[in-house]
Ligand binder design. Structure first.
Ligand code: ANZ
Ligand code: ZN
Length: 874
């Protein structure tokens, strides 16, 4: 018999040690079994794991343990996304070296992860800040450069004035730096870019092949890539009105159908024509300056008041020589999209209408909504954006938008001016090239040397890695590599003259764009990947992580994998065949009257869940306001420390609760009541298995020939649960698994308590208890090992094959047939599935409905169609 309480603390450490000693989670690349690669997004070593990690890694671990039991060789590695700003901030604030800070954090987080009992192959651990890792990244940078996938160009960049670094567009959120929260400015810098835009079309179309990705994520990527089909149109300019005799301007439009609704042309403040005009117009020059001052981030441009300046230049309508349009410089036109110039159709575009109303340019509707009268239809403050019929548009009148677009494109393509067509179809993408230069210390050095004579010179491969110098200071903001006295001064690899190292480091998103490939053979020193290993293991079969990485990380990784293919470092295009994005862990918030947040650990709650509840500060009794349920965050202090939970209840309880309460893609609310429920359940399982073990000890070695009613019922429940849990794990419906396990445990519990033990029953209990333990093993592996041992097994449950389903047990063993009397359905009869005709006939004649009709007489005939129907002729 098991003792009443399950001692999780003691048992968990003991089983972790056993797993470790027997190295059962180590994966050999040459194992001949079919492969399964499950990966959770690797953590940033911030110092401590949080509940989000617990949830994420538990899910991955369930999959890994389940797939292992199904006979796969499972790759389930872990590593550290170890470069980045927080290490430098710590260096500035606490005078600790970024490297020391990072490795100390890795050490403590690794311990925490190990205490969760995750079935990870730690022999493959990588840290992106390790020169043994980033050396290969530098190598790939050079290979990409050779293959034309890297470019150095002057560009306007998002500048974070607090972190003093460049940010990718994706890192600018609502006009602010994603990390610092500072308002982002625009700055011209020479930067290194990965040419992700070369793959825009492919990254878009290949989304259709990712059928095991959430639809939501595919849509987000699609919108981010932002493909639009449009037309480039060369508008003639009235040369008498242009500053230097310019005679045309090219615009980009996705709505050529609205050309007859045009009221103006607008160009970006930094458009060459705007600059030329400004050189001769002081007022315009001032306006452009003003735009630059205001218009920094994209988000601001979108929401800011539309401002324009009439340059006096006049453009000629492409379908009418006598129709002139004013050319404005406008703050909402971006230079780096399309051509930096547009024609405005106020009736059918929000921004154009706001602009036209402000500058009194009027509007002419050219698309008529269905059911409207063209004579009375007017636009005032709201543009019409939907489909309709063309009006006020000469030869386009009566067409649909699609027909009109096609007609305009055809006409302008076949009209030429100066030997070139006036119109040209063009596909545009919103996706920009990926700027990877960061003016930071704690990142992967870009392996480039700048020589006055030779220009940009790649570091020879034999000189890699370009290692970060360790003797740096953080007493000032900016990049310490820039002010390092010696590191940046080197001899040019080409001419030998004094030259200067590139001091920018790579965006940390580069580090995480290929770690999944490195895990397939992290030992190889001569190349980033071993081609055999990487091609065999990739794609990752199941990737699990947060929705916050739906765009950036996943898109970059998809690009990087293609770039690795192009440069011979991998053989596939798509890195992640299956993607799952888990929901967040949320918790109630608590605050003092003053508004100051307090942690759940500091408050005592009174009153029942669901009823009126009050809270007070445990130490002083001060009243506390119970606030909304929100994502656990340090700022709101509504966090629970996984270490506290594991110390109090054990890792299995934390894991179980994370999986139990809501579907994995939704948010889960962490509650004290929930954790205690999970804890009680572990103890119940422990006692139940103990009782079952006592009965199982009386079981015969041989499987009994037949099973009595209670034994058969238990077997049916066990195999039913096995079928349902298997199906649910396959679908990652972990909460459904949990529900079935509860149900099965209840059934087994009452059978064990209420049945007289016979040999066949004992045998069935032994089988059922074994299945139960194997079913909860992926979720609660330590308790499962303890229970497995209690059942008398000498093996590890983590090593066991998944139980074999006996599908016959799931087949309902009765069948219900309709009963007709003289051709009319009068009743149903339920008989054993294998019942023969005489048995069925007897059952039918015993039915009330049949006896009423027969009134004691014998039927003329009874026709039994086996498995189908019974006909009684009275
Ligand atoms: C005329 C027009 C009429 C437009 C109409 C829209 C509605 P997407 O779909 O994102 O590609 N545009 C083009 N280049 C621009 C730039 N550099 N800065 C700001 N706006 C620009 O958007 C394409 C549409 O955005 C284009 O179609 C153009 O306005 C505008 F009823 O042309 B449209
Ligand atoms: Zn040189």
């Amino acid at each position: 018999m098991n003792s009443d309480r399950y001692n999780a603390r003691e048992a968990e450490a003991r089983w972790q040690k056993t797993w470790d000693e027997r190295a059962i989670f180590k994966t050999a690349n040459d194992d001949p079994r079919p492969k399964y690669y499950v990966l959770e997004m690797f953590p940033y070593p911030s110092g401590r794991i949080h509940m989000g990690h617990v949830r994420n890694y538990t899910m991955g671990d369930v999959v890994a343990r389940y797939k292992r039991a199904r006979g796969f060789k499972v790759l389930h590695p872990m590593g550290w996304d170890a470069f980045g700003m927080p290490a430098e901030n710590a260096a500035m604030e606490r005078k600790v070296h970024p490297k020391a800070w990072t490795y100390a954090n890795i050490a403590s987080m690794k311990k925490q992860l190990q205490s969760m009992g995750l079935s990870l192959d730690w022999s493959r651990e990588v840290a992106t800040c390790d020169p043994a890792y980033y050396k290969h990244q530098q190598r790939m940078f050079l290979d990409f450069l050779k293959s034309g996938l890297v470019e150095r160009k002057q560009s306007k960049v998002n500048w974070d004035p607090v972190d003093m670094t460049v940010l990718a567009n994706e890192q600018v959120i609502d006009g602010r730096g994603w990390r610092s929260g500072a308002l982002v400015e625009q700055k011209e810098l020479t930067q290194w870019f990965f040419k992700i835009s070369d793959y825009a079309e492919e990254l878009l179309t290949a989304l259709d092949t990712l059928d095991r990705w959430p639809e939501k994520v595919r849509l987000m990527q699609k919108n981010w890539i932002g493909r639009s089909e449009g037309l480039l149109v060369r508008f003639a300019l009235d040369a008498a009105t242009t500053p230097g005799g310019e005679n045309e301007i090219e615009i980009f439009t996705t709505r050529p159908d609205t050309l007859f609704g045009a009221k103006f042309v607008a160009i970006a403040p930094d458009h060459p024509l705007a600059r030329a005009a400004a050189a001769k117009n002081q007022k315009l020059a001032e306006f452009i300056e003003e735009c630059k001052r205001r218009g920094t981030a994209q988000a601001e441009i979108d929401t800011a008041e539309k401002l324009g300046f009439d340059t006096g230049i006049r453009a000629v309508h492409p379908f009418d020589d006598k129709w002139e349009l004013p050319v404005y410089v406008a703050n909402f036109i971006l230079m780096d999209y399309g051509t930096g110039a547009i024609f405005g159709c106020p009736a059918h575009d929000e921004r154009d209408l706001e602009f036209a109303n402000k500058y009194k340019l009027g509007n002419t509707p050219v698309v008529l909504p269905p059911g409207q009268d063209p004579k009375t239809f007017v636009i005032t403050d709201t543009p019409y954006l939907e489909d309709g019929t063309m009006i006020n548009s000469r030869f386009l009148d009566g067409m649909t938008i699609a027909q009109a677009k096609e007609d305009v494109a055809k006409r302008l393509e076949s009209t030429s001016r100066g030997n070139r067509p006036v119109g040209q179809r063009q596909v545009n993408f919103r996706l920009r090239d990926w700027g990877i230069s960061r003016q930071r210390y704690w990142g992967c050095p870009i392996p480039i040397i700048h020589c006055e004579a030779c220009g940009v010179v790649p570091v020879p491969v034999k000189d890699l890695p370009v290692e970060l110098p360790e003797d740096v200071t953080f007493d000032r903001p900016g990049n310490p590599l820039d002010r390092h006295p010696t590191w940046k001064n080197v001899a040019c690899p080409q001419c030998g003259k004094p030259a200067r190292r590139e001091t920018d480091t790579m965006d940390t998103f580069v580090d995480s764009s290929w770690y999944f490939a490195r895990f397939t053979d992290p030992w190889i020193t001569t190349a980033p990947t071993d081609r055999k290993a990487v091609d065999e293991w990739l794609p990752v079969d199941q990737y699990i992580g947060g929705i916050e990485h739906a765009i950036l990380h996943l898109l970059y990784s998809r690009f990087f994998t293609r770039a690795m293919k192009k440069t011979g470092h991998a053989g596939i295009d798509e890195p992640f065949a299956g993607l799952f994005t888990q929901g967040m862990v949320v918790h109630e918030t608590y605050a003092k009257e003053s508004g100051e947040w307090v942690t759940p650990a500091e408050v005592t709650i009174e009153g029942a869940e669901g009823g009126a509840r009050t809270a007070k500060l445990t130490t002083t009794g001060e009243p506390i306001k119970i606030g909304g349920i929100e994502k656990m965050s340090k700022s709101k202090k509504n966090t629970i420390d996984p270490d506290d939970i594991m110390a109090t209840y054990g890792a299995d309880v934390a894991r179980w609760f994370m999986l139990s309460d809501s579907p994995p893609e939704r948010d889960v609310e962490w509650t004290e009541r929930g954790v205690q429920g999970a804890w009680r359940f572990t103890n119940r399982l422990w006692r139940l298995v103990g009782e079952a073990a006592g009965i199982a000890a009386q079981a015969p070695a041989q499987r009994p020939e037949s099973f009595s009613e209670p034994a058969a019922a238990i077997r049916k429940a066990a195999h039913g649960a096995l079928a349902k849990v298997t199906d649910a794990v396959e679908k990652l419906h972990f909460n459904v698994c949990v529900a079935h396990i509860y149900e099965f445990a209840n059934a087994l519990g009452s059978a064990v308590a209420n049945t007289k033990v016979t040999p066949d029953f004992a045998w069935a209990v032994r089988e059922a208890a074994g299945i139960l333990v194997q079913l909860f093993h992926p979720m609660m592996p330590h308790l499962a090992e303890e229970c497995w041992a209690a059942l008398g097994h000498k093996t590890l449950v983590a090593d066991e094959a998944w139980p074999k389903l006996e599908p016959e047990l799931l087949v309902e063993n009765t069948i219900t047939l309709p009963v007709q009397i003289n051709g009319k359905k009068r009743a149903d009869v339920t008989v054993p599935r294998d019942a023969q005709s005489p048995e069925i006939e007897a059952a039918v004649l015993a039915l009330d409905a049949v006896q009423r009709v027969l009134e004691g007489k014998r039927p003329k005939k009874v026709i039994v169609v086996p498995q189908r129907i019974v006909n009684v002729v009275a």
